[in-house]
Ligand binder design. Structure first.
Ligand code: ATP
Length: 419
């Protein structure tokens, strides 16, 4: 008996399709031919800042069991034919890649995977590695998908979550999804926190907003939890089927913990500690910016409009506050905040005029002329402004963006104890 790793990526386009769906079709076809897979297929999310991603930068891998190597040509044909048939290959930006690999998950394969999740790699790096470890690559067009396909195979999951993806029948692709919202609310009440990110302030977070084959995705801690939740959802359209994936979603696998701001690079994702340098300011569109600093330098940080209520926390930060930020650096060299841990609030003061002996707050008597009481007329020639402590409307603790703005890889606070 042999175990063959299969990795697939870059099959979809903004107009539709989805690598998870193609993988599901392939797994079912393989089953029809008598081939089984070991464990759950894996949906591996890669660097959210990778340039050529369509949406969520996900790749799929699964471990196929074959009794002898003579079956391999048939197995490969089933997989490659399906990728060719279902991929949106006519789209300029769709460059599918498929990898077959029989062997150990070597250290260099693991490191390649980590690098693809945390920063940026090239097609030639993927090719060189595939050659070194003896992995077989299949590239369609530019074949950029071999990056994700190889990275998915090399991704070992110490922490993982599960996602049940249900698929629509093709004639409904692009039509409004018919999911009973009340049943989703009820499902959430019954299964949270074993399932999570189901709803967000009236917004159905389980439902994609693209013309892809997915009807809904339920995320949770175990296959049992997502299946139980799936059984509680009422829909008013037919399902083609569903598939449960083990995934690195919500594990913070994209985050590198570093000590110095000066070591942060564009398109990298980090956990970084520092202090707030300036009062956060809001720009048109409702995006909020401030600088974080440490001994090595400073970086601009942002909570964008889609992070909604999370911005109310960011707005209340003040210079000197000590915080830990989690997030990634995008095209504008700005750290997009996903989570914040406020460790210590700096005392803040405001300048006020002195209070008169009669109890009334005094007014300025003019430039360099001290203060004058508006009630009793008392004058204070040498008086100066007094620093009054300001009560902070913010508490130390951890805060996160809402589910609607959450990155696939971002670990929710409710999962923070899990490793
Ligand atoms: P979906 O999640 O909806 O299936 P997607 O967002 O995963 O789509 P793809 O169509 O898979 O997007 O395109 C992403 C492309 O970028 C793939 O070719 C993948 O190999 C490549 N890629 C992924 N991560 C990196 C990275 N860190 N560096 C360079 N290329 C990457």
């Amino acid at each position: 008996m042999y175990e063959i790793y299969v990795g697939i990526d870059d099959t979809d386009s903004p107009e539709g399709m989805c690598t998870t769906y193609i993988s599901c079709v392939i797994i079912n076809k393989l089953k029809d031919f008598g081939y089984n897979i070991k464990g759950y297929p894996k949906l591996i999310r890669l660097n959210p800042f990778a340039r050529f991603k369509t949406r969520g930068n996900g790749a799929v891998t699964f471990k196929l069991i074959v009794n002898n190597f003579s079956s391999l040509p048939e197995v490969k044909k089933i997989i490659l034919d399906a990728v060719e048939e279902f991929s949106h290959i006519e789209n300029d930006n769709t460059n599918p890649g498929v990898i077959f690999y029989h062997g150990e998950i070597t250290e260099n394969l693991k490191s390649f995977s980590t690098k693809t999740i945390q920063s940026i790699v090239t097609i030639s790096e993927a090719k060189k590695l595939a050659e070194e470890i003896g992995a077989e690559i299949h590239q369609f067009k530019k074949g950029r998908g071999i990056i994700g396909a190889l990275a998915a195979i090399g991704c070992l999951l110490n922490d993982s979550t599960f996602e049940l993806l249900s698929y629509r029948v093709p004639e409904n692709y692009g039509a409004p999804r018919k999911i009973n919202e009340d049943s989703v609310i009820l499902m959430n009440e019954k299964t949270y926190p074993q399932t999570f990110d189901n709803i967000d302030n009236g917004y159905m977070a389980i439902e994609p907003h693209t013309p892809c084959p997915i009807l809904y995705g339920i995320r949770g801690e175990s296959p049992q939890a997502v299946l139980e939740a799936h059984n509680l959802i009422e829909i008013h359209e037919p399902l083609e089927g569903y598939c449960i994936f083990e995934t690195n979603q919500h594990t913070d696998m994209h985050i590198q913990k570093i000590d110095k701001i000066s070591e942060m690079e564009q398109f990298g994702c980090y956990q970084i500690e520092g202090s707030v340098k300036d009062v956060p300011h809001v720009i048109e569109g409702g995006h909020i910016f401030f600088y974080l600093e440490d001994d090595s330098g400073k970086i601009e940080c942002a909570a964008y409009e889609p992070t909604k209520g999370f911005r109310n926390i960011i707005k209340k930060l003040r210079p000197g506050d000590e915080v830990v930020l989690y997030g990634g650096i995008g095209t504008h060299q700005t750290l997009n905040i996903e989570k914040i841990q406020i460790k210590k609030l700096e005392y803040q003061f405001e300048e006020k005029n002195p209070v008169c002996e009669c109890g009334k707050r005094m007014k300025s008597a003019g430039s360099d002329k001290g203060f004058k009481c508006p009630k009793c007329g008392f004058k204070l020639r040498d008086g100066s402004k007094i620093l009054n402590p300001v009560k902070r409307d913010l508490k130390p603790g951890s805060y996160e963006v809402p589910p609607s703005a959450r990155r696939h890889l971002s670990k929710q606070l409710v999962r923070m104890g899990k490793s």
